[in-house]
Design a protein around this ligand. Structure first.
Ligand SMILES: [Zn+2]
Length: 206
C-alpha cells in the first residue's frame, strides 16, 4: 500500500523508522499523524534544523548544553568533592530529579564496547581523569546500569583509577542485576545511591 504514497511521505516513514524504539508500523502511524499537523511540522522542522548547531556538549562534564558550560557545572553551590559518572544525560536528569545528590557529574555517552568502537577515547576517560585531578575529587560515584556492559565499564573505570587518590563507589543494593537505570523508580534509585558499594578506597592503590 505504501507504494501508492507520495515520495516525500515514503521518505518520512523511512526516516522515522530509523529512530530507536520506532518500528515500521509506529513510524507509519506517526507520519500519517503529522501530515495534518501543519504548525507542528513547521516547528519540528525548525527545531531539528537548529538542534545540531545549538545543543552541544558541556566543556567540562559532557552533559548537553547550549552554552560552553551546562547549568550544573555553572552552579558553584554544588559539592566539588563528589563526581557522579553516568552513561547518558537522561540518567543524569533522573538522579537530579530524585534530589539525592549535590555533587557534579561526568557523562560517558557510551558504555564500554570495544568491538563496536566504544573504548577509552569515546567514553572520554582521559578528560574524566583530568577533571578528577583538577577538582581534587574525593569520591567518584559510578552510577551505571547493572547490566553486563555497565558492570564492565564500572570495573574498567575502577581499575583505571587505581593509581589516583580517589575513592570509587558504585550504586549497589536496590537495583536488580540487568536493570537499566532509566527504568528504576525513585525509591529504588535512592536506595541504590545510599547503599553504594566501595570499589576502592580514597588513597593511592586503594
Ligand atoms: Zn557540565
Amino acid at each position: 500500500m505504501e507504494n501508492f504514497y507520495p515520495p516525500t511521505l515514503k521518505k518520512l516513514i523511512k526516516a522515522l523508522s530509523s529512530l530507536p524504539g520506532l518500528g515500521e508500523k509506529s513510524a507509519h502511524r506517526l507520519a500519517l499523524f503529522l501530515i495534518s499537523k501543519v504548525s507542528l511540522c513547521e516547528s519540528l522542522g525548525d527545531l531539528l534544523k537548529e538542534l545540531p548547531q545549538r545543543v552541544k556538549l558541556c566543556r567540562i562534564c559532557r552533559n548537553f548544553s547550549e552554552d560552553d558550560l551546562c547549568s550544573i557545572c555553572q552552579d558553584i553551590s554544588r559539592d566539588p568533592s563528589q563526581l557522579c559518572v553516568v552513561e547518558n544525560p537522561m540518567n543524569l536528569l533522573q538522579i537530579e530529579s530524585a534530589g539525592i545528590y549535590k555533587g557534579y557529574y561526568y557523562v560517558l555517552h557510551y558504555l564500554l564496547a570495544p568491538k563496536e568502537g566504544f573504548g577509552h577515547r569515546e567514553l572520554g576517560i582521559d578528560d574524566l581523569i583530568d577533571l578528577i585531578k583538577e577538582r581534587s575529587v574525593r569520591e567518584v560515584i559510578l552510577a551505571l546500569s547493572p547490566t553486563l556492559a555497565g558492570e564492565a565499564t564500572s570495573s574498567y573505570l575502577a581499575t583505571t583509577l587505581e593509581n589516583y587518590p580517589v575513592k570509587v563507589t558504585k550504586l549497589a543494593c536496590g537495583l536488580p542485576m540487568g536493570m537499566e537505570i532509566q527504568f528504576a523508580d525513585y525509591i529504588t534509585l535512592k536506595r541504590a545511591f545510599m547503599g553504594r558499594e566501595v570499589l576502592k578506597g580514597g588513597s593511592y592503590n586503594g
